[in-house]
Design a protein around this ligand. Structure first.
Ligand SMILES: NC(=O)c1ccc[n+]([C@@H]2O[C@H](COP(=O)([O-])OP(=O)(O)OC[C@H]3O[C@@H](n4cnc5c(N)ncnc54)[C@H](OP(=O)(O)O)[C@@H]3O)[C@@H](O)[C@H]2O)c1
Length: 504
């Protein structure tokens, strides 16, 4: 069926504004999602497909990758088992999902003129989720994708004939140098346009100097470029309602689409995985610092509700939602304790050694511990692998582990206070809707122990693709402290290739 036929009945802006349910708000509207192949984007797509059956169309801006065409990527996306339930419940929803070839790092989003016209004539609501989330991406790359890419998306939004609302997914750490973060947009010492000009100028020396200057204030290029993107949105938001949703650390799902669902291994998940495998034995962190972790389903629901909320409560400036935790507080020390217990109760297959991990705040002590707990064992395993005619890899794993810990160290040694007025107000308003029960915005009843157990099950199921039947036999192995080097080597191989782009 032609795309135009699918969305021929697109809603009028006023009908949506009068909507008194989330489902009604989305009914007959056409949505554009960027970043739909990523963790957050997949979650948004799944939820819209599941709870908004009357949606007119969902367009997904997807870039082709070297080895995969747009169509192959789209097929792979919808073949993901998280869509099985929705596809079974309402197979017709699939005919409403359309891939559009595009790349936010390219001029005009890399859209063909035909696709651009099709989007501008039909799309009403935009979720801009795409970003590079690598903390230490070279500045010019991060600026091009995160900052200029957002400017390109906003330009497209300005051209929409029937725009209803635009939601930008930012990060709660876009102002990580402050300890108290309000739901407002903060400026930087350099205007976004000045940073873009320097990066586009391509002078390596200027870019390096700028990079150095930025890193004196911001923990990394990622948070800085997300901040710039917020400012760009702020200065271009008079044509349509805009929401900026700022999640803190996003973790596995609490309940939806199923407990423990996750799709990438950044941040906390990467650390859990390494502890669970028995590789990571010591981290530098402030064990008493509170961490801010939000399950993906809260982020998805906040994003979906924000599009509705800003439309009904229109303002001529973006509304910022700090999508942070209001659950009972949890510290890094408590999290580590809960996770290590879980990783023994629900062990992964082929662990390198018995999972435990110590937290130290002193960097010198950490360095000494790291030699004994990480470097020497890695060395021994590699010798063992060489003797068996295998490829040594643990030293390499260790190097990347250090990079991971260094990138993350800012976040597990600092504490932030996030204002949550807008999100609280939105939660109250959502409660008055007919279908308020389809979303969950309040984390106060969070049971961290149960959540972390499901997180571990999710890592096994969705990242390591281990069957749940394996737990019993592996538990036996772990209790005997048996190391299964060959199996672990296979898993580490998969992880290294998939998430660090390293092979051979
Ligand atoms: N995960 C977190 O803990 C966290 C916390 C706070 C905020 N956020 C924000 O949430 C958003 C999504 O993050 P995520 O965790 O879902 O990351 P992710 O899994 O890495 O997904 C990133 C998405 O962006 C897309 N993308 C990257 N560069 C692109 C380009 N040049 N053109 C088009 N698409 C591009 C990726 O597409 P490909 O598949 O083609 O690479 C992917 O779909 C980001 O804006 C991030 O800043 C995430």
């Amino acid at each position: 069926m032609d795309r135009m036929d699918v969305i021929a009945n697109a809603n009028s802006v006023n009908d949506s504004e009068n909507s008194d349910s989330i489902e009604g708000f989305y009914a007959a509207n056409a949505i554009l999602v960027t970043g739909a192949t990523g963790f957050v984007g997949k979650g948004i797509l799944e939820k819209l497909m599941r709870v908004c059956p009357r949606i007119a169309a969902i367009f997904l801006l997807i870039r082709p990758k070297r080895s995969q065409t747009l169509e192959q990527r789209f097929k792979k996306l919808l073949d993901d088992p998280i869509y099985d339930y929705v596809k079974e419940k309402d197979p017709s929803i699939l005919s409403k999902i359309h891939p559009v070839q595009g790349d936010v790092s390219l001029p005009d989003l890399g859209l063909s003129p035909k696709d651009r016209i099709m989007l501008t004539e039909n799309v009403n609501i935009v979720f801009h989720v795409a970003a590079t989330v690598r903390f230490n991406e070279p500045l010019n790359v991060a600026v091009n994708i995160n900052t200029k890419g957002t400017a390109r998306v906003i330009q497209l939004c300005k051209e929409l004939k029937h725009a209803i609302s635009v939601v930008y997914v930012s990060t709660a750490y876009s102002n990580a140098h402050l300890s108290e973060i309000e739901e407002k947009i903060y400026s930087t010492c350099l205007e976004p346009s000045a940073v873009i000009d320097i990066c586009e100028g391509g002078n390596k020396m200027f870019i390096d100097q700028l990079n150095k200057r930025i890193l004196k204030t911001y923990p990394n290029t990622y948070t800085f470029t997300k901040n710039l993107a917020e400012q760009i949105i702020s200065s271009n938001s008079d044509s349509f309602p805009v929401a900026i949703v700022r999640p803190s650390i996003i973790g596995a799902s609490h309940e939806e689409p199923c407990p423990g669902w996750l799709d990438n291994i950044y941040g906390v998940t990467a650390i859990f995985l390494q502890i669970g495998k028995g590789i990571l034995k010591a981290v530098t962190a402030n064990r008493d610092a509170k961490l801010d972790l939000v399950p993906i389903d809260y982020v998805v629901d906040t994003t979906i509700c924000a599009a509705w909320h800003i439309t009904l409560h229109r303002d001529n400036k973006p509304k910022v939602y700090n999508c942070t935790s209001n659950a009972p507080p949890i510290t890094w020390g408590q999290l580590k304790q809960m996770y290590t217990e879980c990783s023994r109760d629900i062990p992964m297959n082929d662990v390198i050694s018995y999972p435990y991990c110590v937290i130290v705040s002193n960097k010198l002590i950490y360095s000494v511990l790291s030699i004994f707990l990480h470097v020497l064992p890695a060395f021994i395993v590699d010798i063992f692998l060489i003797l068996r005619g295998k490829r040594p890899m643990m030293i390499k794993v260790n190097k990347h582990l250090n990079q991971l810990l260094a990138a993350f160290s800012y976040f597990n040694t600092h504490e932030w206070t996030f204002h949550r007025c807008n999100i609280t107000e939105m939660t109250m308003k959502v409660k008055t809707l007919e279908d308020s029960d389809i979303v969950k915005l309040d984390m106060r009843d969070m049971n961290w122990k149960k959540y972390i157990a499901n997180y571990q099950i999710g890592i096994k199921k969705f990242i390591l693709k281990e069957s749940s039947d394996s737990v019993k036999s592996v538990r036996h192995q772990s209790s005997l402290y048996v190391s299964k080097y060959l199996g672990a080597e296979r898993d580490i191989d998969v992880i290294m290739v998939k998430y660090f782009g390293i092979s051979g």
